[in-house]
Design a protein around this ligand. Structure first.
Ligand code: 5RP
Length: 212
């Protein structure tokens, strides 16, 4: 089983803050996420700046695209991203047009559980989904559980590469033992740690212990 990758979600208030975190963790992580909040603040120039700092990493533009897939996909690609996110509510043509420009990850929020729509994503070459507990749901007390593990397993069975995110911290990883998760995505846990490098290392050590 391949080792899950580690993605740092840079939902920072500005690019300088994101660069500061990335500088500390870039030798540990596999994927650099230009977070939705950062893109809202600084636009796609944030993607270009992070790409310049991490030429050998996968860079994601977490734009949660809902429409105009071709133009949005092209913009993210031109800014230097390898992947971009679309929200599950986008239509299949939007996702398909985006996928022609750049590799799409579909972020699963409300109403994601529509098998016939998901099969169409696969038919259009979309391989990646992000199983997500939203920030706001986490603030309202939502926790990771066996039900989430079952959902992730079922998505993998359907043929998706599945990433897991939303208030993830190293202790959560054990819950997914034996499940070939594609990437664990951590934002606040790493960014807000006293020592982001040490926290990212905790994730890597857990990944190696559980899947290695
Ligand atoms: C927010 C996101 C975040 O990037 C993702 O959930 C990781 O952040 P955190 O670990 O802080 O929850 O997609 O929309």
């Amino acid at each position: 089983m391949d080792l899950p990758m580690l993605q740092v979600a840079l939902d920072c208030n500005n690019t300088a803050e994101a660069i500061n975190v990335l500088r500390q963790v870039k030798d540990v992580i596999d994927v650099v996420e230009t977070g939705t909040i950062l893109v809202y603040r600084d636009g796609l120039s944030a993607v270009s700046n992070l790409r310049a700092m991490a030429p050998d990493k996968i860079v994601l533009a977490d734009v949660k695209c809902a429409d105009a897939g071709e133009k949005c996909g092209k913009s993210c690609k031109e800014a230097g991203a390898d992947w971009m996110t679309c929200i599950n509510a986008a239509t299949v043509p939007t996702m398909s047009n985006a996928q022609k420009e750049i590799e799409v990850q579909v972020e699963l929020y409300e109403g994601w559980d529509n098998e016939s729509k998901m099969r169409q994503w696969l038919d259009h070459g979309i391989q990646q989904v992000v199983y997500h507990q939203s920030r706001d749901a986490k603030f309202a007390g939502q926790k990771w559980s066996e039900k989430d593990v079952e959902n992730v397993k079922n998505l993998i069975k359907m043929g998706f590469k599945v990433s897991v995110t939303g208030g993830v911290h190293p202790e959560i990883l054990q819950l997914f033992k034996g499940v070939p998760v594609y990437t664990f995505i951590a934002g606040r846990d790493i960014r807000e740690a006293e020592d982001p490098h040490a926290e990212a290392m905790k994730f890597k050590k857990e990944i190696n212990r559980i899947w290695g």
